[in-house]
Ligand binder design. Structure first.
Ligand code: 1HS
Length: 257
């Protein structure tokens, strides 16, 4: 059986859980060797264990995407140990809490450091590898929060808006180097990242928070990590060879209203 990423090497950040883990498993099942990067090294190892149990190839890397030195050594190690780098999925992200009236400066800085600067640093480190051979693909994790307002989520909305703008900027700057750059804007996916926000929305009650959130989605439910992983697979693969600078919503109709 042939896979859509046969012979390719992909690095996925934040791949120790949630959407990143789902994408790592899917990309590996589609033939890629996967560099599984996460701040939590043991979570990255766990993802690698799942991939290897299915006969895939993967490498665990512990790194903080907000630190240039961490990122540069992780990208270089992935390219060296796995032989090349064709795909970068900038998935790592953190949440924020509060409106602009009550968000903390620390929360703002952390949100921008991981979600926005992390995307820049990982992409900058990967470009010299991605531009080799037939060229490469970068997939950035945006969010519906980068397109429309989400209450009490100011820093996150702003940082994801930056990711959307950066995606367009990168797409035109890197087109001549044969690197395609696209973003996915997911609606709420029920992952560990989202639990605190959902709990806060339900005044401490997760189920109440979930109920308040689901009503925003015409499709009548939240998304799954696998559903976003499939969008990432498409954007990473040669099936998307004419897509660059595209902002792909995957939100059950949330932003269509
Ligand atoms: C956190 C993720 O990127 C989704 S933000 C959307 C939150 S909501 O509209 O479902 O409340």
């Amino acid at each position: 059986m042939t896979g859509r990423l046969d012979g390719k090497v992909a690095m996925i950040t934040g791949a120790g859980s949630g959407i990143g883990r789902a994408a790592a498993e899917l990309f590996a099942a589609e033939g890629a060797a996967v560099a599984v990067l996460d701040l939590d090294g043991s979570a990255a190892e766990e993802t690698v264990g799942k991939i290897e149990a299915e006969g895939g190839t993967a490498l665990a890397l512990a790194a903080n995407v907000a630190l240039a030195a961490d990122v540069e050594s992780a990208v270089a190690r992935a390219a060296r140990d796995l032989g090349r780098l064709d795909v970068l999925y900038n998935n790592a992200g953190v949440n924020s809490a509060g409106s602009v009236a009550d968000a903390t400066e620390n929360d703002w800085d952390r949100c921008f450091a991981v979600n926005a600067k992390g995307t820049f640093l990982c992409s900058r480190a990967a470009v010299p590898y991605l531009e080799q051979g037939e060229g490469g693909a970068i997939v950035n994790q945006g969010s519906v929060a980068g397109l429309v307002a989400v209450p009490n989520f100011a820093a996150y909305c702003a940082a994801k808006g930056a990711v959307v703008a950066l995606t367009r900027s990168m797409a035109i700057d890197l087109a001549g180097r044969r690197i395609r750059v696209n973003a996915i804007c997911p609606g709420t996916i029920f992952t560990p990242l989202m639990e605190p926000m959902l709990r806060a929305r339900g005044d401490g009650d997760l189920d109440a928070g979930l109920a308040k959130t689901v009503v925003k989605y015409p499709i009548g439910r939240l998304g799954t990590p696998a559903e976003i992983a499939h969008v990432a697979l498409f954007l990473a693969s040669d099936d998307a060879s004419f897509l660059t600078g595209s902002i792909v919503t995957a939100d059950g109709g949330m932003t269509a209203q």
